[in-house]
Ligand binder design. Structure first.
Ligand code: ADP
Ligand code: MG
Length: 333
């Protein structure tokens, strides 16, 4: 099968809304008057972001999901995507599953694939560029946080990190995989995350700053603090919602398990939840939104004038090394 047959078979789906989709040198799209185009790119590399034997359906899902999460964080409505792939060989069943994972998620959010690039490479590499629409001036940015804002998080943190721990650490695997349902949840959180697309759009007008948590809270929250030029933040680690297994470890006897749990909670990657700050007057509106969308939205701290990121217990005790994990995930650290 040559490159063009491959594109036709797995990636060329007619677009109903683009002026020109797959097949020409470039696609053509229009943005509605009064809207801005929000554009973001994220890539997944074998051995770095996924294991070589990962389920291709899940991978097709995830490569789009991580990009949808960036648009969610901007409060944009996803519209179009392009997909660049590098693969070592053509495996029909693998590509079929990958494209099914991609297109099933694309359909769920009304995203159309309008172009891309296909090449041979030593390892699997995927890069998606996603485009979405947001009313002019209404995007949720990282630079609007104010001193006194509440800090909120959606869903729970650390579940994907537990999934990763179970796959990477044989000594932890038995404990984590013992309960089948809960292991399935951890694995889904890691391999097939659900981006908070609807939540992002509903947060327009309610929040001062927003981003998605992909590298862990300790890695990501400082971006909001820096972009917003506010001093710092106080976060109650006991307020952060998490998986029951993580709770067991956080409050268990073993100090190594406690450290693993704090690391998963505060510095684990791949959560794809939204982290946002809002004035306290919006508290009731945000809680009502959580009910309406049937998701968890939890206040976990406050933006403060003192510089620094302070992680405290319910009693106000500062979490310090060696319990405090060092930063989030940084590829060049
Ligand atoms: P060019 O040589 O102009 O770069 P290509 O031969 O790479 O064009 O691609 C032909 C068409 O197929 C283009 O419209 C391109 O956007 C699209 N395309 C290539 N690879 C993919 C892919 N993986 N997914 C979707 N569209 C693709
Ligand atoms: Mg090309």
């Amino acid at each position: 099968m040559d490159e063009f047959e491959l594109i036709r078979r797995f990636f060329d789906r007619p677009s109903t809304t683009a002026d020109l989709g797959v097949g020409d040198d470039a696609a053509l799209i229009q943005v509605q008057p009064g809207y801005q185009l929000a554009i973001s790119t994220d890539m997944l590399v074998e051995g770095r972001h996924f294991f070589p034997d990962v389920d291709p359906y899940a991978l097709g899902h995830k490569v789009l999901a991580v990009n949808l999460s960036d648009l969610a964080a901007m409060g944009a409505q996803p519209r179009y995507a392009t997909l660049a792939i590098g693969i070592p060989r053509v495996e029909i069943a693998w590509l079929e599953a990958f494209s099914a994972g991609f297109f099933n998620l694309a359909k769920q959010y009304g995203v159309e694939l309008i172009g891309g690039d296909t090449t041979r490479s030593a390892e699997h590499v995927f890069s998606v560029t996603i485009m979405g629409e947001v009313p002019t001036g209404a995007a949720l940015r990282r630079d609007g946080a104010k001193v006194g804002d509440d800090i909120w998080v959606s869903g729970e943190l650390g579940t994907a990190a537990l999934g990763l721990l179970a796959l990477k650490r044989p000594d932890k695997a038995d404990q984590l995989k013992a309960d089948h349902t809960s292991w399935k949840m951890m694995r889904m959180a890691l391999e097939q995350p659900n981006p908070q697309v609807l939540l992002g759009q509903k947060l327009r007008g309610l929040v001062h700053a927003c981003m998605d948590v992909s590298d862990g809270l300790l890695g990501d929250l400082p971006h909001i603090l820096e972009c917003s030029r506010v001093g710092g933040a106080v976060v109650g680690w006991e307020m952060i919602p998490c998986h029951p297994k993580l709770k067991d470890w956080l409050y268990g006897e073993s100090s190594t398990s406690r450290r693993h749990a704090l690391k998963a909670l505060l510095a684990g990657g791949d959560d794809y939840q939204l982290l946002f700050t809002a004035p306290s007057e919006h508290d009731a509106l945000i809680r009502a939104l959580a009910q309406q969308l049937n998701i968890r939205l939890t206040p976990i701290g406050k933006i403060c004038a003192d510089p620094g990121l302070f992680i405290v217990s319910n009693e106000g005790e500062l979490l310090e090394a060696p319990d405090l994990p060092s930063g989030g995930f940084n590829h060049f650290q």
